[in-house]
Design a protein around this ligand. Structure first.
Ligand code: FES
Length: 159
């Protein structure tokens, strides 16, 4: 990362931290603010947050790495979260997952090279009775049981 970009991240974090000055438990809300503004919480942001909140980088990194919502690199334009928990798996989830990844041309846990889509695992969406399930840009998609459902997801991702 260039010095200019690092300074821009520091300035952003300073502005966001100032907005939460005096708030108890400001770390998580501040990290969410940064994720929202930057699309990521990278090393420069971790260092800036540590400085702003008088924490160690290790403390901030520990929180960032614990919560899957925080990412070091921005997600793709579309975000597909596919359920890998037991109920969806028992309904053929692994086979569907492989077909979905192939159709979307992206490996699980990755963002496609053109930045169009990120495919990530999620562990239970609370819709177990109608799985296999996914969230596509935050909207639930249930009964992903074949080509038609996969094509609907692919059409959303292509938009
Ligand atoms: S196991 Fe997939 S939604 Fe619960």
């Amino acid at each position: 990362m260039s010095i200019e970009k690092e300074e821009a991240v520091e300035a952003l974090v300073a502005r966001l931290a100032a907005a939460r000055k005096g708030e108890r438990g400001a770390l998580l809300p501040l990290l969410h603010d940064i994720q929202h503004e930057l699309g990521r919480v990278d090393g420069a942001a971790v260092a800036a947050v540590a400085a702003e909140l008088n924490l160690s980088r290790a403390e901030v990194h520990g929180v960032v790495s614990f919560y899957h919502d925080f990412r070091e690199r921005p997600a793709g334009r579309h975000h597909v979260q596919y359920c890998r928990a037991e109920s969806c798996q028992s309904r053929g989830g692994a086979v569907i997952e492989a077909a979905l990844a192939e159709r979307l041309r992206v490996a699980m846990g990755e963002t496609r090279a053109d930045g169009q889509v990120t495919l990530e695992p999620v562990y239970c969406l609370g819709l177990c009775a109608i799985g296999p399930n996914a969230l596509v840009d935050g909207a639930p998609v249930a009964r992903i049981d074949g080509t038609a459902a996969i094509e609907r997801i692919a059409a959303t991702v292509a938009a």
